[in-house]
Ligand binder design. Structure first.
Ligand code: SF4
Length: 323
């Protein structure tokens, strides 16, 4: 059973970009067009470009009606989750149904890889905010960082994001995820900046590794360096890594099951996926809890056989702050 009995909803979770966000997961865990080296959810288990109704839209709508009746309105309803949401062929119909149901704005967090498809552009037209990603300025780095499905091409992906940005009536906030020694090199960041110029998003949001990545060599860019690289980008640019946004673990109190997480981690080291499965809480919500516990020193991170494990440290000085 998932968090509070919901199979497809998670949160409210605190989001650095979207405030209090109610998440909807439209695909099974790690069903994605990419297998990013920095992904916080681990390796992609199903890398595909096949669009279909992976999760029944009617089920989501029923859950959403029930959830919204019992909570204060979130800042956004976010279509995101544990893979690429535009792979769900019902995403357009879901957005229209949400718009009929509530005035809460709808945001779509997408890697942007399918925006060159006319049907995906049509589907996202009714959203209020679309947040695509652009993590490389060349096909070679696109393949190195995002490890896309073999039928996806860099130029096609950029054309798709640029084309959709031109027609979309809402706002586009473009995320650029930089990696130390890979894309956080001025010459490569400049290539990304040239693509950003062409796309013309309302905002560019620069991010880097803040949680254990899939591959250990995906390293964070120091904040000072991010500040310098930021100046290379055109338009409205902001840095959204944790260093710029301290205290984003707020808002967990009503969702938390901290004692259960710690009890599990006291018994044995677990991956975030193990904790999510063990407690029936969505993986992304679990990551928020683990962030808070790691910051407080109650949980430590170790890498074993290429996987990230969390263990309880026995420190509980701030335990009450999340219960
Ligand atoms: S696009 Fe997102 S979900 Fe897919 S592999 Fe990359 S970071 Fe993970």
């Amino acid at each position: 059973m998932k968090e509070s009995g919901y199979k497809h909803l998670y949160g409210l979770v605190p989001s650095r970009r979207l405030g209090r966000s109610l998440g909807i997961d439209l695909v099974p865990f790690k069903t994605c067009t990419y297998d990013c080296v920095y992904c916080q959810l681990g390796r992609t288990t199903k890398r595909t470009i096949q669009r279909k109704e992976y999760v029944p839209i009617e089920e989501i709508v029923l859950e959403l009606e029930e959830k919204l009746a019992g909570i204060d309105a979130p800042d956004y309803i976010s279509l995101a989750g544990s893979g690429e949401p535009t792979l769900n062929s019902g995403i357009g119909s879901l957005i229209r149904k949400i718009k009929d149901m509530t005035k809460i704005p709808v945001a779509v967090l997408t890697n942007g890889s399918l925006l060159w498809l006319r049907e995906v552009q049509d589907a996202l037209d009714a959203a209020d905010l679309v947040l695509p990603s652009l993590d490389a300025g060349s096909d070679a780095l696109f393949r190195q960082v995002n490890r896309p499905h073999r039928s996806l091409w860099f130029a096609q992906m950029v054309d798709g994001i640029a084309g959709f940005t031109k027609r979309f009536q809402g706002e586009i906030w473009l995320e650029v995820f930089l990696l130390a020694g890979v894309t956080a090199i001025p010459a490569d960041a400049q290539k990304i900046a040239a693509m950003v110029e062409r796309i013309g998003p309302a905002r560019t949001q620069i991010n880097t590794v803040t949680r254990p990545p899939t591959e250990t060599y995906a390293s964070p860019v120091p904040f000072d360096q991010l500040r310098k690289l930021k100046d290379l980008f055109p338009g409205h640019v902001e840095i959204i890594s944790e260093a710029e946004w301290p205290g984003t673990t707020w808002g967990l109190k009503d969702e938390t099951n901290t004692e259960n997480i710690l009890a599990l981690l006291r018994r044995r080291p677990c991956t975030s996926g193990d904790v999510a499965k063990g407690l029936g809480i969505h993986a992304l919500a679990i990551l928020k809890h683990l962030d808070a516990l790691t910051q407080e020193g109650q949980v430590a991170i170790t890498r074993i056989d290429g996987q990230t494990f969390y263990t309880a440290t026995g420190t509980n000085a701030k335990k009450d702050s999340h219960t």
